[in-house]
Design a protein around this ligand. Structure first.
Ligand SMILES: [Zn+2]
Length: 432
């Protein structure tokens, strides 16, 4: 994937001309807010293991009385706030519905079934080879290996999934004459399709013989193991479940700009790693913003242990790539996230609670660091003669891999114009 040779894009230095000091102070505010989030989380957890944070009872609750619009402009700690208006309630309900997705993977029957479709011997052998090479290379330069064996297993799965298992479908082929079809709007699902979990069915008409084709959009992972096709939604859902089947801890990441992907926990690196099955990429969280030049507002990761706002992992430079977060106030978003965590964790042991809390804190520090580094890079770039590049903002990505990523990203940008086939990202836009 890194064989497209081209020059690194200039990254964040391009915004120099438009740089605005008020934006900078907003950034500092965000940093402060993150810290307060963390402090509060700690406090509320030590008070009660099961009750959701109750803003009205908290001694730190001045934010609970502020109006929704003003909340992001105040220098007060963000406090979780129960949604009041219809739009906020609707958004929180959406998050609750989405949060159920990874729960469905925790089914031994499903995971066993998934293991029967994966060529385990092949993937383990590949991973083993790569791991050994990686270890030898690291030893030869006197460094600790960056990745563990399981990380290579997931990377093998990623390649197999994209190249051999799943198929991208824009318009399904005509089943009678194999000619292309033309979209014909939505059609009502049949009882059979409904029973198999398709709530939406797209209609298509053959351009040659006029036959009608149906394309049911399955969200049920059992069904996806059979159909093995779809668009981003189906790809991310099925791939995330397969990672789980291989024993990894997984997250299904939802982005409010209509995209989804996977995060896999690397036990070796003790952090969550980005994985995108559609693109076949591993640990390239800046792909969507710096690679595709998209603006993202919310990226929420859901796992069996709860929900986390991981936007800062994907949007390093909020001024450049952050879309407006106006679906709910930050207070309400925090409330929804705490609620989901509370629900998922209420039956866990004290030991597991502690482990997850530590993990939350470590991730918060990691994401705060992303923001700080991006901000520092932005400031440095203001000085004449600065040679700071986007890479300096990314402390987690290994140097070599990051350069691969940069090459891949700029190669991708060039290919965007040529790549109009069924696998092109453009076709995926708004077609989840
Ligand atoms: Zn036909």
């Amino acid at each position: 994937m890194a064989n497209r040779s081209s020059q690194r894009s200039s990254g964040s230095t391009k915004t120099m001309g438009n740089f605005d000091a008020t934006e900078l102070s907003k950034e500092f505010e965000n940093l402060m807010r993150s810290k307060k989030f963390n402090d509060f989380q700690q406090q509320s957890r030590s008070k009660s293991r099961t009750a959701s944070p109750a803003p009205s009872e908290s001694p730190l609750s001045p934010a609970s009385t502020q109006s929704p619009k003003s909340s992001t402009n105040r220098r007060l700690p963000i406090m979780p706030q129960r949604p009041q208006d219809t739009a906020s309630i609707k958004f929180c309900n959406l998050l609750h519905v989405l949060s159920v997705t990874p729960k469905k993977y925790e089914n031994p029957g499903l995971l066993d079934e998934a293991l029967t479709v994966i060529p385990l011997d092949r993937l383990y052998a590949e991973a083993d080879d790569e791991h050994q090479i990686h270890q030898a290379r690291s030893a030869s330069v006197g460094k600790k290996p960056q990745w563990g064996y399981q990380d290579f297993v997931i990377q093998s799965l990623l390649r197999w999934f994209k190249n051999s298992f799943f198929t991208w479908v824009n318009n399904p082929q005509c089943s009678k004459c194999s000619m292309p079809t033309i979209a014909h709007g939505m059609v009502p699902p049949t009882p059979d399709e409904t029973a198999r979990g398709a709530t939406r069915v797209e209609g298509y008409k053959c351009s040659a013989c006029g036959a009608l084709e149906r394309f049911p959009r399955y969200s049920d992972v059992w069904q996806l193991l059979q159909t093995r096709c779809g668009r981003v939604g189906e790809w991310a859902n099925c791939f995330t479940m397969l990672c789980r089947a291989l024993g990894s801890r997984v997250r299904w990441v939802w982005n409010s700009e209509d995209y989804v992907w996977t995060e896999v926990y690397s036990e070796h690196q003790r952090r969550w790693v980005h994985a995108d099955a559609c693109e076949g990429v591993w640990d390239q969280p800046r792909l969507y913003t710096e690679g595709w030049n998209r603006k993202l507002s919310y990226c929420i990761a859901f796992s069996i242990d709860g929900a986390t706002d991981v936007t800062r992992r994907y949007v390093r430079n909020l001024m450049k790539h952050g879309a407006q977060r106006n679906r709910v106030t930050e207070n309400v978003l925090l409330f929804a996230i705490y609620e989901i965590r509370r629900m998922r964790r209420e039956k866990l042991s004290e030991q597991d609670h502690r482990r997850l809390r530590k993990e939350d804190e470590r991730e918060e520090r990691e994401m705060r660091m992303f923001t700080t580094r991006a901000l520092a890079a932005e400031i440095t770039s203001l000085f004449p003669g600065s040679r700071q590049t986007a890479r300096d903002t990314d402390h987690k990505t290994p140097l070599t891999q990051d350069e691969d990523a940069a090459q891949w990203i700029s190669g991708r940008q060039q290919n965007e114009h040529e790549n109009q086939g069924p696998d092109s990202r453009r076709d995926r836009d708004n077609r989840r």
